[in-house]
Design a protein around this ligand. Structure first.
Ligand SMILES: [Zn+2]
Length: 59
């Protein structure tokens, strides 16, 4: 579990290699959303499901 979080918080955008930033507007506190500052990439972690949701080219 700890290694999962370490991976999450060290994530970088696969396109521009910028460090992902935490989105404070995530609609539930239980979801950690991180995204590229240039919106190439977005990643959500759902602790309740222990699941990542990744997407590219966020509009
Ligand atoms: Zn990027």
């Amino acid at each position: 579990m700890m290694s999962l979080f370490k991976t999450l918080f060290s994530e970088k955008c696969p396109e521009c290699k910028k460090t992902l930033v935490t989105d404070k507007t995530a609609f539930m506190n239980s979801i950690v959303k991180k995204s590229c500052p240039d919106n190439h990439y977005q990643k959500e972690y759902h602790p309740a499901l222990e699941t990542y949701v990744e997407s590219n080219h966020v509009s």
